[in-house]
Design a protein around this ligand. Structure first.
Ligand code: ARG
Ligand code: ZN
Length: 849
């Protein structure tokens, strides 16, 4: 049954204080808990607790043993007075916990993940985010197996020399928090240590915990943490609030990371980085996720969510904050383009398919299925629009008021918008529709001249989404400008048009040269633009628009227009040449040029049409790649010489140079000369960074050459045992354009290094393969079958991992009847399987409708 926002009721009982005592062992951990409970309001309802896979050995109410009879995963306790002490002892088994929710084992360490509903697998508790408690946690364990014992807050009493070689540590967290922010880690860990002095002069001890061998690989994460702490003070006035901040990196983790109060737990992929093993984009990922989790300390922890329908309250806002931070640290223009590319690759298709939901959904079956690109990334776009509408100073006034009003509370998206409104005096009434409506709005642009003036009509519309037939116009900021067709310059100022009605008319003063429109600059609104433009006009904008996002977009539109037909790609080749020349002439930075040179992916091309022409898209895109490669061979060699050899520096300039050099190398290898293959081989062997080694390997992986085989074999041998790097080895092969890719993926699924229990490894092969449009969608359905097999196998082990694999099959409507039927057949096979998890069942049945 679905859980509905409309059914929300405040908790009947609050739990102001909790004490937990863990006696750890991997096979059987004993958890004793003591809950101080208090009646909330005037009612006579029982205390309701959640619990999952708990072996309850005793329960007590105010010191007296009571009989407890759980009904399913709930327990009701009748209490006479207005306050009571409830105690339990339960037994749980971390070693048998393959779902990676609650307390589980990863490489001999014990670690927790409680968001959203994992705490109920640790002990009986009202597992909902609007119950906030102060925690005292005693952890006892074998001193040799678990020398380091961590929990939230500040470390207190240490007990050494306990019987049986055991020791214990007690932690207290003074800040009331919901149980989803509880965390515990035990294991043989070493720390990279540092310190930070907050703006009010408080000393904070920082530590990032991992295996001793990996400690040096934490330096980038540590630098990012300190930069984040300083940035949040400078930009938002937010200071850290405990004496210690700990981060732990583990290899088995369902998500990217988790913002547990004072004890963030990370997927090691987002902590460990050095030039040997991490690409530039991995380094950016580490800094971005470290910042994200740190920023949650205020947007998520100090102010938390009332219920899980409000998830975007913390996630959309925190993603926006981490995007702002990353933009401030490097090349803001390139960062914005990357964010837009990601949004359109993942969130737009979500909005256009059966899984569409608004950023504040009103029902769900399994909340784990709602950690989506919509909640996170579209949520961040909605916050960004607010920022544009009220301006940076207004936005800061709004966040100040939000923190002032709601510190220590569990609140709603409405509370957030209301604070923004109150602080700025703006009317956000209509803006609230963004929280309710699913789907991506379209903006059609019509332009005409009247007495020298340029008149632009913006017409917004939106198609129905599942369960939401009627869509109303939304309030959005639409940044636009005019570009002179003769001068190539911007004419007049940029305008921020506030669209509210279905039709918005914009008038620009008379201009004396022909003009082109620069639309949705900076991607100010997360919409699909429908505007007529010839290839010549797009090529002109791709060469002259002064807004980087709009300029990049012009090149994308030009490429899409060329790739939609079998026309000669000459127009695209010359636009690429012009941009490349602007780069070599120093007029554009290399990172932007590298970004602009990349053709839209096959799936993005497919997203533009009602029906995806799998083979046609692949063929035309390969032909265009070849034309760009051979038509500009001399230019690519020049670019490769100019931009390679930038060492290991992580400056925007060095990263941009590596990016462009690798784009050049990929085109050269695509043109197929022996010199290019040799250059790729040499770059692979002499690379100073993983970016360059991976760049060479990716360029070679689609070829049928001895260089390819040699480099793949070397890569595997060279990085044996390094999980994050071996993941790349799986991914690069799963994404290959070679016709034997499906067979390779099948073989890799039987490789000794493949593991279905490790979420990163599963994603690196199966998740990546599902993104390979040409070969996942092989006409005989073998790709779908492989996915179905893996999904069902992992569902018994880890339902969250399994549910994610259902998403690509949900796109069946976009493919021809034969493929659609094969995709549906896999979904039906899944729903017909006995004892399939609730996670998977929800995803597969929504996808089938
Ligand atoms: N709150 C975590 C983050 O920052 C993610 C938790 C993921 N939980 C899940 N069930 N997938 O963004
Ligand atoms: Zn988050």
């Amino acid at each position: 049954g679905a859980i509905r926002l409309a059914d929300y009721a405040p908790p009947d009982w609050l739990v102001p204080e909790v004490s937990l005592d863990f006696r750890l062992s991997a096979g059987s951990t004993r958890v004793t808990s003591r809950l101080v409970v208090r009646r909330n309001g005037n009612h006579d309802r029982p205390l309701v607790l959640d619990g999952q896979n708990l072996k309850t050995s005793f329960a007590m109410l105010d010191g007296e043993p009571i009989d407890v009879v759980p009904v399913g995963e709930r327990l009701e306790i009748a209490i006479v007075g207005d306050a009571a002490i409830v105690e339990f002892e339960v037994e749980i088994s971390p070693a048998l916990n393959t779902r990676l929710m609650g307390l589980y084992e990863s490489e001999g360490r014990l670690v927790t993940q409680c968001e959203a509903e994992g705490f109920r697998a640790i002990t009986w508790f009202p597992d909902r985010p609007d119950v906030l408690s102060v925690y005292t946690v005693r952890i006892e364990g074998d001193a040799a197996l678990y020398p380091v014992l961590l929990s939230n807050g500040d470390r207190g009493a240490v007990e050494t020399g306990l019987a049986g070689g055991r020791h214990a540590v007690t932690w207290t967290d003074p800040w009331p928090k919901p149980c989803y922010l509880f965390a515990l880690v035990a294991g043989d860990l070493s720390a990279l240590r540092d310190g930070f002095t907050t703006m009010s002069g408080r000393q904070v001890e920082l530590a990032i915990w991992t295996s001793a061998a990996d400690v040096p690989r934490c330096a980038h994460a540590m630098a990012a943490l300190k930069a984040s702490m300083a940035w949040d003070e400078a930009i938002y006035g937010r200071e850290y609030d405990l004496g210690a901040f700990n981060i732990v990196a583990v290899n088995d983790f369902n998500a990217g990371a988790m913002e547990n109060k004072g004890l963030n737990i990370f997927n090691s992929k987002y902590i460990l980085a050095d030039p040997e093993t991490a690409t530039d984009s991995d380094f950016d990922g580490v800094a971005g996720v470290v910042a994200h989790e740190y920023f949650h300390n205020w947007t998520g922890n100090r102010v938390t969510c009332r219920d899980w329908f409000q998830l975007s309250l913390k996630e959309g806002l925190t993603v926006f904050r981490d995007q702002q931070f990353s933009a401030d640290q490097g090349s803001a223009a390139v960062r914005r383009i990357e964010d837009v590319r990601g949004l359109r690759a993942v969130q737009f298709p979500e909005d256009a398919g059966p899984l569409a939901h608004s950023i504040r959904p009103d029902h769900y079956v399994e909340i784990a299925n709602f950690y989506t690109a919509t909640i996170y990334n579209k949520g961040a776009e909605v916050i960004r629009m607010l920022h544009t509408l009220v301006g940076a100073a207004g936005f800061r006034a709004g966040t100040d008021l939000y923190f002032e009003r709601h510190d220590g509370q569990a609140v709603t998206c409405e509370d957030w918008v209301a604070a923004m409104e109150a602080a700025t005096g703006s009317d956000l009434g209509q803006f609230r529709r963004w929280y309710e409506q699913a789907g991506t709005p379209r903006v059609a642009v019509h332009e005409r001249r009247e007495a020298g003036k340029v008149i632009v009509e913006l017409v917004q519309s939106q198609s129905p989404t599942p369960g939401q037939a009627v869509k109303l116009p939304v309030h959005m900021p639409f940044r636009m400008a005019l570009i002179g067709r003769d001068s190539g310059r911007r004419i007049g100022e940029e305008r921020v048009v506030e669209m509210r009605e279905a039709v918005t008319r914009v008038e620009f003063d008379a201009v004396d040269e022909p003009v082109l429109l620069s639309l949705n600059r900076g991607f100010s609104a997360p919409v699909i633009i429908e505007a007529e433009a010839s290839r010549t006009e797009l090529a002109f904008l791709a060469g002259h628009d002064d807004d980087p996002s709009a300029r990049w977009e012009a090149m994308q539109r030009l490429a899409l227009s060329v790739l939609a037909t079998d026309d000669d790609p000459a127009a695209l080749v010359s636009a690429v040449a012009a941009t490349l020349m602007d780069g070599t002439a120093g007029k554009l930075d290399a990172a932007f040029v590298g970004e602009a040179m990349l053709l839209p992916t096959e799936s993005f091309i497919g997203d533009q049409a009602a029906m995806v022409d799998v083979e046609g898209i692949h063929r035309r895109r390969e032909a265009a790649r070849l034309a760009i490669a051979t038509g500009l061979e001399a230019e690519w060699w020049a670019a490769l010489r100019t931009y390679s050899g930038s060492g290991t520096a992580l400056t925007p300039a060095a990263k941009g140079a590596r990016r462009l050099a690798n784009v050049a190398l990929a085109y050269l290898v695509g043109a197929g000369s022996a010199e290019a293959l040799a250059a790729a081989r040499i770059q692979y062997e002499t690379a100073a960074t993983m970016t360059d080694r991976m760049g060479a390997l990716s360029a070679l992986v689609g070829t049928d050459t001895p260089e390819r085989d040699a480099c793949l074999a070397d890569f595997h041998a060279r990085f044996a045992g390094n999980n994050d790097v071996i993941d790349k080895w799986f991914t690069v092969q799963a994404l290959s354009g070679r016709p034997d890719t499906l067979a390779r993926v099948e073989a890799l699924a039987r490789h000794p290094d493949f593991s279905i229990t490790n979420p990163n490894r599963l994603r690196s092969l199966v998740g990546a393969f599902a993104a390979n449009q040409r070969w996942f969608h092989a006409a005989d359905g073998a790709g779908y079958r492989l996915l179905g097999d893996q999904l069902l196998a992992v569902d018994r082990i880890n339902p969250q991992s399994a549910a994610r694999l259902a998403v690509p099959l949900g796109r069946w409507r976009r493919f021809d009847a034969a493929r659609g039927a094969l995709m549906r057949a896999q979904l039906e096979r899944v729903t017909a399987t006995p004892r399939v998890s609730r996670d998977v069942l929800e995803m597969a049945s929504r996808a089938l409708v």
